[in-house]
Design a protein around this ligand. Structure first.
Ligand code: C2E
Ligand code: CA
Ligand code: CA
Ligand code: CA
Length: 275
């Protein structure tokens, strides 16, 4: 597989992130960063196991700080969630994804775009009003991957929010399933179209009979509930083969492609079409 971009995140100084004052300074810069386009969306394809076509692409944000260099989302997303900045960032990413989707369509590529939306925002009414306003009235094809489901305390509000998004044509995905303390109760609470099995359950699948058993029963359960199953973090063909055999509908990971800057995404499709 062609590796079209070097997506590794360079951390310039990990110690400074432990310092809360520094984190606050960083967050006050985020709004400006969005305005100056120092934040961008990279896109990672999700490939169907049935025919190898691209089911959708996931938007993953990247912050290129003028002084600090590249800052990875694993560092600034948790801070943005604590400071409430995640709302501005996610609203920005909806606008940007709709724009990029229109540009892809203009080139003949029709693709659903998946956005990460934290459990906190799922139940945030102000965010919901703004998100629906952005989505309604344009024919965007979006998927919300709900991350941090553990923070959802009120299942009723979460269910109402999901119903509102689905009514607006947004598909819902449960992200990081099987990571941390995520549990079966989320399947009851969140009426979703897609289940994403966390990387931690995927990487050892060739060697671990237990992991294969957990995955195959999760696939059965999800299919029984009408959901498609995505396996994330697939890095090798061996792992791909096992997961396809276990019934996973869609595969995502470095083996298919790293997250790509928008221009490289365009090239990814050009290459595939000329294969
Ligand atoms: P996630 O949603 O679970 O995204 C998958 C992460 O795994 C991404 O890291 C991706 O680059 C990485 N990855 C993909 N394929 C492979 C693989 O084959 N092997 C390995 N080792 N890693 C792989 P990234 O981009 O650093 O994002 C980390 C997390 O930050 C994401 O986890 C997501 O929860 C959060 N995030 C990223 N962008 C956004 C955003 O725009 N909004 C929100 N709310 N969260 C975001
Ligand atoms: Ca995700
Ligand atoms: Ca995930
Ligand atoms: Ca994750």
């Amino acid at each position: 597989q062609a590796d079209l971009s070097d997506d590794r995140t360079v951390l310039y100084d990990e110690a400074s992130f432990v310092d809360p004052d520094n984190n606050l300074a960083l967050m006050s810069e985020l709004r400006d960063a969005l305005r100056r386009s120092d934040v961008s969306l990279h896109y990672q394809p999700k490939r169907k196991t049935s025919d190898g076509s691209t089911a959708s692409v996931e938007a993953l944000c990247r912050w290129h700080h003028p002084v600090r260099g590249r800052i990875g989302p694993d560092l600034f997303i948790p801070i943005a969630e604590q400071t409430g900045q995640i709302r501005v960032l996610t609203e920005w990413s909806i606008v940007k994804a709709i724009e990029d989707q229109a540009a892809l369509r203009a080139q003949g590529v029709h693709l659903a775009i998946a956005l990460n939306v934290s459990g906190r925002l799922l139940v945030d009414e102000a965010f919901q009003a703004r998100a629906l306003q952005l989505i309604e009235g344009c024919d965007a094809d979006l998927i919300f991957e709900i991350t941090e489901t553990a923070v959802i305390e009120n299942p009723k509000i979460a269910a109402q929010a999901i119903a509102a998004y689905r009514a607006a044509g947004v598909r819902i995905s449960i992200d990081d399933y099987g990571a941390g303390l995520s549990s079966l109760s989320y399947l009851k609470m969140l009426n979703a179209d897609e289940l994403k099995i966390d990387r931690s359950l995927i990487h050892d699948v060739v060697n671990s009979e237990r992991d294969r058993l957990i995955i195959s029963s999760t696939v059965d359960l999800a299919h029984g509930l009408g959901m498609t199953v995505v396996a994330e973090g697939v890095e090798t063909e061996d792992v791909f083969d096992v997961l396809a055999g276990l019934g996973c509908d869609t595969i995502q990971g470095y083996w298919v492609s790293r997250p790509l800057p928008f221009n490289d995404l365009m090239r990814f499709f050009d290459n595939r079409h000329s294969e």
